[in-house]
Design a protein around this ligand. Structure first.
Ligand SMILES: Cc1cc2nc3c(=O)[nH]c(=O)nc-3n(C[C@H](O)[C@H](O)[C@H](O)COP(=O)(O)OP(=O)(O)OC[C@H]3O[C@@H](n4cnc5c(N)ncnc54)[C@H](O)[C@@H]3O)c2cc1C
Length: 314
């Protein structure tokens, strides 16, 4: 038997790394074609574009050490601590923590973390039950490292794990990436869009990546995403209209690409960093704390240690 980690986003990968480091056998399965989950990067027009998380921040000292290894390897770089603020009739700047970006896209960081830990890709788990069993196969512990609604689908609704997850709404986002012939906007490098019916954030992907490509990535509001969930491409025209309203774009976009995130982030934070039940079913991810990359890493790391300790290792 082994610990089975379902989901190879940064949380699941961080968890599997900790379990393996304690000498416990671990099997990681991921339904997608790649690792990374919402730290999603897609090659468009010959270069990587981040379609999920826009950037990440670093507060935890241990996560800072991981990020330092990425920085030293040229995989991650501090991008900016100042974002523009657009919308609501106002333009301004917002000072905050350093936002980190990855020249090769954020997914490359999860790939780096996963190196040395085997992942079975394109393997969708259908059900997790008492035992625990994963699609009928026994496991020592099963970790569901994914958004709450995706985990709920796998669980018996009367299980203690399902009770931990029930009743928490997650918001959708549609991401629209678009490319122009040249850079037609002032230095952003990314902008919060306040009180806007269509957009919540715009990132300059060329600035983020460091190659200066004339590419913007816009995240919609949850309300706009809800109206276009069945046909994400139908969100492209209102997003382009909104970009023209907010930025001095002179020419039409040369290409666009829309991506739907049905479960982008939970509507509310919670405090516990993970759930590890007596039934061997565990839950982790960015839903366990303030929903961000660092939270997901921390949730997976702490759960991995707790699982190893519960199995008498570590
Ligand atoms: C549009 C958007 C913008 C964001 N912006 C930021 C930001 O600027 N800064 C920041 O810090 N964070 C941001 N985030 C949040 C950040 O991306 C997440 O906090 C983090 O990536 C979550 O990682 P995770 O491992 O918990 O979950 P995920 O990355 O969602 O990983 C879950 C994995 O589980 C897999 N899976 C699900 N069900 C199954 C199944 N049945 N069988 C097998 N595999 C399964 C999925 O395919 C996925 O790969 C953003 C997210 C989105 C969507």
């Amino acid at each position: 038997m082994a610990v089975v980690v379902v989901g190879a986003g940064i949380c699941g990968v961080a968890c599997a790394v900790e379990v393996a480091a304690a000498g416990v056998a671990v099997r990681m399965v991921e339904r997608g074609r790649t690792v990374g989950g919402r730290m999603a990067t897609r090659r468009i027009e010959g270069r990587p574009v981040d379609l999920g998380a826009a950037y990440f921040t670093v507060r935890d000292a241990e996560f800072a050490r991981v990020v330092e290894t990425w920085r030293a390897a040229g995989l991650a770089r501090p991008w900016t601590s100042e974002l523009a603020v657009l919308g609501d009739g106002e333009r301004g700047r917002s000072e905050g923590p350093v936002r980190w970006a990855a020249p090769g896209g954020l997914r490359s960081l999860v790939e780096d973390l996963a190196a040395g830990t085997g992942v079975e890709l394109e393997h969708e788990v259908r059900g997790v039950g008492p035992g625990p069993v994963v699609d009928g196969e026994p496991a020592d512990v099963v970790v569901l490292a994914m958004p709450d609604p995706q985990a709920l689908r796998l669980l018996d609704p009367s299980s203690p794990a399902a009770a931990e997850l029930a009743g928490r709404e997650w918001n959708p986002v549609i991401t629209v990436a678009a490319g122009w012939a040249d850079r037609q906007w002032p230095e952003l490098p990314a902008a919060f869009v306040n009180e806007h019916p269509v957009l919540s954030l715009v990132a300059d992907d060329g600035a983020r990546r460091g190659d200066g490509a004339p590419v913007l990535v816009a995240h919609t509001t949850a309300a706009l995403a809800r109206d276009h969930l069945d046909d994400p491409d139908s969100a492209i025209p209102p997003v382009l209209d909104a970009l023209r309203e907010l930025l001095p774009l002179r020419t039409p976009a040369l290409w666009t690409h829309a991506h739907r995130w049905r479960y982008s982030a939970p509507a509310r934070d919670r405090d516990a960093p993970f759930h590890l039940g007596d039934d061997g079913i565990a839950l982790a991810g960015d839903g366990w704390g303030a929903a961000r990359v660092e939270t997901a890493w921390r949730s997976g790391t702490l759960l991995g240690r707790a699982v190893a300790a519960a199995l008498g290792a570590g």
